[in-house]
Structures are given as C-alpha cells and as structure tokens.
Design a protein around this ligand. Structure first.
Ligand code: CTP
Length: 414
C-alpha cells in the first residue's frame, strides 16, 4: 500500500541521550511506511545505541565521523543532506540544539545540519532543568525563527528521576510530524504541552463509508473516501488526544498514533462506538449507509429464472443521534457532518435539531464541488449560537482548525 512516506528519503540524525533508543523504533516505523532512512550518529549517540542496530534497521550505511576518508569519498556531508527530503534530529540534545542555533560545524551531524537547504524537524530530549534553562529556550526560539520544526518534548517521568518537560516525543508522534510535513499540512507541531490542548482527552471519530451486504459478494456503499475523518484523527493526535478512529473500509493510511477500529456495517459501527464511550469529543464524519438489506443472502444470489431479486431494505440505526441522545455517557461535545447538495445551511440547522448534537459541519457535496473523494472542503459550522463559514481549505486544514476549535470549546481539563 502506498503511504505518504513511500519513496521519501529521511536523514535521521541521532543525538546523544537515553532517548536514542526510541530512534530505533522511529526507524522501524519509517521503514514500515516505505521511507528510505539514512542515519548519522553523533559520538555521544554511540554511547547509547550501537551503529550495528541502526545499520540493521535502516539497511543503509551509518555515518559517524566527519573526517572518515571513505565516508567523504562515498558520500560527503553535502551530498548526504542533498539526497534527503527531510532532516530529522531525534533525540535533539541540548548540545546539538545549541550548535544548530549558533551555526557551529565541528562534527558530521552539525556540519550536515549547517550545510543543508532542506527542512529540519527536531525532537528535543533532555533533563527538565536543561530544557527550561534560558540558554536552551533562547536556542529554541532561534531555531524556530530559522524555520526549524519542533515536536515535543513531552511532560513525564524522566530517566534521571525528575518529572517535567524534557522527554522526547514518542516515535509515533515524531512519525506523525514527519507525515504532516510530507502531506504538506501546516499541523501545529507539538511544541511544549501548551500546544497540545487535548492531552488527557479521549476523542472518537467515525469515518469512511459503511458496506451493507446484499449477499457474500455484493454490498451497498457510497463514495466517501474517509479523507476528512482521517485528517481529523491526525489533527486530534497532534493535539495530544487519545484518538479512536472507527472506520468503514477505505484506502487511506491509518494516522499514526490513532487507535484504529475497523468496521464494515452501520450496526458494527454503532456497537463499536458505544463500546468506546465515554469520550470527551465524538465526531461523526462517517457516511453511514441509511439503509441495509433486511435479509442479506447467505449465498451469492444467482441471476436466472427467478426474475429480479426482491431486495427489501431496512433503516440503519442513526449512530450520531443515538450517541447525542444518550442518557448516560453522552460526550461533552457531539459533532455531526451534513453532506448536502442544496439549501446547505437550512438543512444543516434542521439536522442540528433533529440529531440533538452540539455542532454540525455542513458541506456542499454537489458533484461540481468535488468534495467527495477530493482533497478540498468548504464548510460551515452550524451551532445553536449561529453559523460560521470558512473559506475553501484542504481537508487537513479543515481538520486542524476544527480540532483546535473543539479543544477551545471543551476548555482546559480540570
Ligand atoms: N449519521 C450517523 N448514522 C447514520 C446516518 C448518519 O451517525 N445512520 C451521521 C453522519 O456521520 C453525519 C450525520 O449523521 O455526521 C448526517 O448524516 P447525513 O447522511 O447527512 O444525514 P441523514 O440523517 O442521513 O439525513 P438526510 O439523508 O436526510 O440528509
């Protein structure tokens, strides 16, 4: 299966620090998604992970020493960064960040970082006090000003026994940031925890179509691609939420960090959604089939003497309405989508009332708008307090803005 990273080349610079072991997992995740990974290890990194494990996982030569003659002959530091689509520094130690901010170039890692014209993503990892030191904060500001993207660090228990920000972002979070870069999205990459307002929150998203069987080989479905729902899951992960993605059959890569619950039919989708409650936010982006075949045949229906098959339809449960009306375990925010082809706002307002949800995201899915299966979306936020219309945006941008808006409406976790 093609992924956002298929054929992409990542130059991973592994700095010194106990978090270096997590870089091995990052390499594995990147390779799994068909990226090419070349690694540079600093001298300090070699104290924590071996060159052999990095070489085995990347299946590439590992570069370590600026002045190794063979390295320079085979591939100099300029070529190394030219051959890459993105440079990732993980873990980015305080020392490496300082070197980058100052433009120092006294080993292969720092020289490559100075010589590159490619985007750089860093995943800082260090002791809390080192992270909070004004010097590191200054360096961070300088690096951000230079266009360097930052993922993490997270709060948590550290190897040194202290608690606070400084833990390297998890490999899946770094992967999400890398994928966001290649997807061309402007995901606000997790900086300190302040930019992760959904930390500690559970967000459930339904996505894709449902398939309602007619017989073992045929089904009723619709044109939903799942792209909007998956983009929402990606944005929820980026904001720190525990993200559950209940999805019908689609061909979109699973957003890293999201908990994927695959389903086929509306009935399965409802059951799975209910089993995942309670959640803080539930977003119903799935295009659930309104009807199913009442008695799906156990065997393939054959054409022939019996004339046309007599398919009786039954109405599917309305998942959004069921959850919005739940007596117990109703999520604090219930969000529905309204796919309309005419009278978009009026129909969305009616749907808000009918379904009992807090917000309806209305979009015009007339064929000429190309929303179904396309990459763009023009939406209107319809709630009891009024209508807010957004300009045409990519589905990623809609997702990021919407998750940020929902995080704001939910408020801080008490
Ligand atoms: N939805 C759902 N379960 C269903 C049908 C719809 O959860 N069985 C959710 C969708 O995920 C979406 C919202 O309800 O968030 C609106 O779905 P839509 O198909 O536009 O509305 P309908 O209720 O089917 O109304 P109509 O067909 O009249 O437009």
């Amino acid at each position: 299966m093609m992924t956002t990273l298929s054929g992409r080349s990542v130059l991973l610079i592994i700095g010194g620090g106990i978090a270096a072991y997590k870089s091995l997992e990052l390499i594995r995740l990147l390779k799994q998604r068909q990226a090419k990974v070349t690694a540079i290890m600093t001298k300090a990194a070699a104290e924590f992970v071996t060159q052999l494990s990095v070489a085995s996982l990347t299946a590439e030569k590992v570069y370590t020493d600026l002045f190794s003659l063979t390295d320079e002959v085979e591939m100099g530091h300029i070529e190394l960064s030219r051959a890459a689509d993105l440079l990732v520094v993980a873990p980015a130690s305080a020392d490496l960040m300082a070197k980058m901010a100052q433009g120092l170039a006294n080993d292969l890692a720092s020289t490559t970082l100075l010589a590159t014209d490619k985007k750089i993503l860093i995943a800082p990892a260090m002791n809390v006090r080192m992270w909070q030191h004004p010097a590191t904060m200054r360096n961070l500001a300088t690096l951000k000003g230079d266009g360097v993207r930052v993922v993490g660090p997270n709060d948590g228990e550290m190897a040194c026994g202290e608690y606070g920000p400084g833990r390297m972002a998890e490999p899946v979070e770094i992967l999400a940031a890398i994928e966001a870069h290649f997807a061309g999205s402007a995901v606000p990459l997790a900086g300190a925890t302040a930019t992760r307002p959904l930390t500690g929150r559970r967000v459930l998203i339904t996505a894709g179509p449902t398939h309602e069987p007619i017989d073992p080989v045929r089904y009723i479905a619709n044109r939903s691609s799942g792209k909007q729902g998956y983009a929402l899951a990606e944005a929820a992960v980026a904001l720190g939420a525990e993200t559950i993605l209940v999805s019908g059959p689609v061909h979109v890569p699973i957003p890293p960090g999201a908990q994927m619950m695959p389903v086929e039919t509306a009935a399965e989708m409802l059951k799975t959604v209910e089993s995942e409650l309670p959640v803080d936010i539930a977003i119903f982006a799935a295009a659930v089939a309104d009807w199913r075949v009442a008695d799906a045949a156990d065997q393939k229906i054959k054409k022939g003497s019996g004339g046309l098959p007599d398919l009786k339809l039954a109405e599917n449960p309305d998942i959004l309405k069921t959850v919005a009306g739940a007596k117990t375990k109703r999520p604090k925010l219930v969000v529905g989508f309204a796919a309309e082809t005419e009278n978009v706002i009026a129909n969305a307002k009616a749907k808000l009332a009918k379904k009992g949800c807090d917000l309806i995201i209305a979009n015009d899915v007339s064929a000429d708008k190309g929303v179904m299966g396309g990459d763009k979306n023009t939406v209107h936020l319809v709630s009891a307090s009024g209508v807010e219309s957004w300009p045409e945006l990519s589905k990623q941008e809609v997702a990021q803005r919407l998750m940020a808006e929902l995080a704001r409406r939910l408020g801080a976790k008490s």
